[in-house]
Design a protein around this ligand. Structure first.
Ligand code: BYC
Ligand code: FE
Ligand code: FE
Length: 471
């Protein structure tokens, strides 16, 4: 496959030039996207930013790095290379050739999945739009903008599918993706977590750790799709997603590192007077972002997900590496549930339990970051540890939506929850404190006092590189 031609209005590797109708449709959506970006995208004015731009889909050299003015950033359309003779790997069509067109019987479901996926991408840009005003360093500022432009490209990826395969309805949905807005009263984003605020950088790191990771897992299931264009689109998005995870993992790592430094220097847990973020506050932010992200996997039991799987449009994580029959019609699974007034498990048909299956893969992955942060505490000889709260904690969707539970997974009455939730979730006082630390540091090589510098810069550049030129 050749490198995308950046002389074109919409850089792409899908031979857009060969399909004039589609090209015109996308070119008429483009100005709407740009005006959305101007009005809902990053608010901090910059001259240019050291950004990665996708230019190819191969293993090596898929991205180009350079300083670009953000309004001149080129959002392209990229699908991973087609796999020769690819077959549907699961469900009732297992073994049949993958579809290059949308099968009529699954049109509505596929469109819905693509719209939901597409809705999250611009939502996150909206949530993060003011963070540039308070970046802890130019390095972090650059990473924020990198994540933002790539989420913009992920929106393009879904809009391409809607325009190319879903006709007039698809074009209407593509418009709606620009009209709904995060947190809006009249037209909110579709999924809960994408209407929450990301008002400070601790939230941003938690979001990129926990919420972008939902993206990784959902994209992983859509990559298995029998609808080949969706599969190839998601495969390439996953490549970009790795950096978003990196920003989250290392971001929290650096906050913990700095807190530990201050704890040892001043021999106290209470680093507030010393400009750090106390571990108990980090834990509360973690509790919040983890629990709202668990909601993104839908209900523990869901006929929607059973239908998606059976139809062959949404698979499991690592579908092809699993050693069962990939149809699951006779299997069962234990899902989390309230059993006799306690948090336990109950057996259901495997197909309806697939949201739980995916959520478990996600939870195991989330735990790996927590272990990493805990090693920092351990190496410093400190007894405290961070941890993931119970799956039942602070849930608004699914089996635990109607109950209240402590982070330890003990069901408690509403009245106790109301009285104690400030022990577990960020309070106004916590949020005000964290926000008070958010002062921009825009000098090359300098960093805010509440976070440690990264070990390395981006693309082999040093930490004190001029990643961003402010306007
Ligand atoms: N908030 O049958 P159920 C990313 C709805 S993140 C509000 O249990 P299902 C990114 C649900 O839609 C990845 N509503 O759910 C990250 C359904 O409504 P309808 C995004 C919710 O369908 C960071 C009803 O409740 N991609 O890429 O099995 C930055 C019954 O639900 C929520 C996807 O999600 C909620 N949390 O599973 C940037 C992939 N949860 O249909 C980007 C596509 C459920 O009855 N989406 N509902 O009106 C899906 O696969 C599924 O729709 C879900 C839900 C996994 C979201
Ligand atoms: Fe994304
Ligand atoms: Fe992402």
């Amino acid at each position: 496959m050749t490198t995308a031609d950046y002389g074109e209005k919409i850089p792409n590797n899908v031979d857009l030039r060969e399909d004039r109708r589609l090209q015109r449709a996308l070119e008429s959506w483009q100005p709407n996207f740009l005006s959305w970006w101007e009005s809902m995208g990053p608010t901090l004015p910059t001259e240019d930013v050291y950004l990665r731009t996708a230019v190819n889909v191969g293993r090596e050299g898929w991205a180009h790095f350079g300083h670009v003015a953000m309004r001149d950033y080129r959002w392209g359309i990229f699908l991973a290379e087609p796999r020769h003779d690819r077959r549907i790997a699961f469900g009732e069509h297992k073994g049949e050739p993958v579809w290059q067109k949308v099968p009529g019987e699954y049109r509505a479901e596929l469109q819905r999945l693509i719209v939901i996926q597409g809705d999250t991408e611009p939502a996150s840009v909206e949530q993060q739009r003011n963070l540039g005003a308070t970046a802890p360093s130019l390095y972090d500022l650059r990473n924020l903008f990198q994540v933002n432009v790539e989420e913009g490209r992920h929106l393009w990826a879904m809009v391409y599918l809607l325009h190319a395969y879903f006709g007039r309805e698809g074009r209407e949905e593509a418009e709606e993706l620009l009209h709904r807005n995060s947190g809006s009263e009249d037209a909110p984003r579709i999924l809960g977590a994408f209407n929450e605020e990301t008002p400070d950088w601790l939230s941003f790191f938690m979001f990129t750790y926990f919420t972008d990771r939902d993206g990784k897992y959902q994209l992983g299931t859509l990559k298995e799709s029998g609808f080949d264009p969706l599969s190839r689109t998601c495969e390439f998005m996953l490549k970009e997603e790795a950096h978003h995870m990196f920003v989250g993992t290392t971001g929290i790592d650096r906050v913990v590192r700095r807190t530990v430094e201050l704890m040892r220097e001043h021999d106290t847990d209470d680093v507030i007077g010393h400009g750090g973020i106390p571990l108990r506050m980090i834990q509360k932010y973690l509790n919040f972002h983890y629990s709202v992200s668990l909601d993104l996997f839908g209900s523990e039991t869901s006929t929607n997900v059973a239908n998606y799987f059976t139809a062959g449009i949404k698979g499991r994580w690592s579908e092809e590496r699993r050693s069962d029959d990939h149809r699951l019609t006779d299997d069962s699974i234990m899902v989390d549930a309230v059993v006799d007034g306690r948090i336990g498990q109950t057996e259901v048909a495997a197909l309806v339990g697939l949201n739980t299956d995916l959520r478990r893969e996600y939870i195991a992955d989330c735990q790996s970051g927590v272990n990493r942060w805990n090693r920092i505490l351990e190496e410093a000889g400190l007894p405290q540890r961070l941890r993931l709260p119970s799956v039942a904690f602070n849930r608004q969707v699914g089996a635990f939506a109607g109950i209240q539970a402590t982070p330890d997974g003990e069901i408690i009455p509403q009245e106790e929850w109301d009285r104690r939730k400030g022990e577990w979730l960020p309070t106004e006082v916590d949020k005000t404190y964290v926000r008070s630390l958010m002062r921009p540091v825009y000098e090359r090589g300098k960093i805010a006092a509440w976070i440690a510098p990264p070990r390395q810069g981006i693309n082999g550049k040093p930490f004190d590189y001029d990643y961003v030129h402010l306007a």
